[in-house]
Design a protein. Structure first.
Length: 102
């Protein structure tokens, strides 16, 4: 199937979270989503897992990202793939925007 996208053909869906975080779904692609999420310093996502692989790209800022028992600092340009079912968590160090594909 071929997709032809025009400017503004995918209206974003905004969702405000706790602590000032914001989420914008950029595309909802047959059970897959491309999400842009903004975190403020101190914002956290508690340990959780997803039923599918999740790709995360740090667009701006700094995040501490944990996969199972290992935590690393990620900065703009860094990315990580969380394998399906693996526990991961995030803590915002400096205001950050993430691009998430899940």
């Amino acid at each position: 199937m071929t997709y032809l996208l025009k400017n503004a053909s995918l209206p974003p869906h905004y969702k405000n979270g706790t602590g000032g975080s914001k989420t914008m779904v950029l595309a909802d692609l047959t059970e897959k989503k491309v999400i842009c999420k903004t975190f403020l310093p101190g914002d956290r996502m508690a340990p959780h897992h997803a039923p599918t692989d999740v790709f995360v790209l740090v667009l701006d800022g700094q995040m501490d990202i944990s996969l199972e028992d290992e935590t690393n600092r990620f900065v703009a340009g860094d990315y990580v793939v969380f394998p399906a079912g693996m526990t991961h968590a995030l803590t915002c160090i400096e205001t950050a925007r993430l691009l998430i594909y899940r």
